[in-house]
Design a protein around this ligand. Structure first.
Ligand SMILES: [Zn+2]
Length: 233
């Protein structure tokens, strides 16, 4: 006898209740990753597509940025921190795509994506990609692409080193740490004359994204914008 899928899901939920990543409450059938009440409390930055916003300012004087935005504030121990942790360390690849879709829906009406030709996710070093099995920034971009239909190019940039964790470093060390961290590949010639959107999970000092932009800067007539899921202000 073939069991209906919904029954099997009910059975699974009974034995292995799915819990909200943020508050730990048991999730309802239609909820995924986090509960509705946590979702309404998410710390949106509401930066949208404002020219000259605070996120954009991180990149001023570093490379000629077109526009930049972050969707959520990141705070230690806060809801977005829980989500980022799950995205990276619990193999929650579906959650990454879901967050990408959320980012796209949040920014669709303000015109942030207008004129953007393609997205380039910040790459992981191949050894870390092997360990994790996926790049969370690529999946965020894929989620954004599902909503906006903007294509994702994940073969135009490579990470040359696995830089040690940035969290214990001072600002100067962080910038040194990312010097020539990325390299454009042969395939990057498709970016000529294009407006690209760099996609990353969290903005801290901007050093990683600047290193990506540096690696792509030799490409003729490239224009670069930046989007991150979270901003550690
Ligand atoms: Zn919750």
């Amino acid at each position: 006898m073939k069991m209906p899928m919904s029954f099997l899901n009910d059975l699974r939920d009974f034995f292995f209740p799915r819990l909200c990543l943020t508050c730990g409450a048991r999730l309802l059938k239609d909820e995924d990753g986090f509960c509705c009440s946590c979702m309404t409390d998410f710390p949106y930055t509401n930066i949208g597509n404002k020219p000259g916003n605070e996120v954009e300012k991180y990149f001023w004087g570093r490379f000629p940025i077109e526009r930049a935005t972050s969707v959520f504030y990141y705070a230690k121990g806060g809801s977005v921190a829980h989500i980022l942790y799950a995205m990276k360390y619990y193999g929650r690849y579906r959650l990454c795509e879901k967050m990408g879709k959320l980012m796209a829906h949040e920014l669709l009406s303000c015109g942030f994506f207008e004129g953007i030709d393609c997205m380039v996710p910040v790459p992981l070093h191949k050894s870390r990609l092997r360990g994790r099995g996926y790049n969370q920034s690529f999946l965020l971009a894929k989620g954004i692409s599902d909503v906006t239909t903007i294509p994702v190019f994940d073969n135009v940039l490579v990470r040359l080193r696995n830089n040690v964790t940035q969290t214990h470093k001072g600002a100067f060390e962080r910038w040194q740490n990312v010097d020539r961290l990325f390299q454009a590949t042969e395939k990057s010639c498709v970016l000529e004359g294009k407006h690209i959107l760099l996609v990353d999970d969290v903005l801290t000092t901007g050093a990683t994204l600047v290193a990506c932009a540096d690696a792509l800067s030799a490409i003729k007539d490239i224009r670069i914008s930046v989007i991150t899921l979270a901003w550690a202000k």
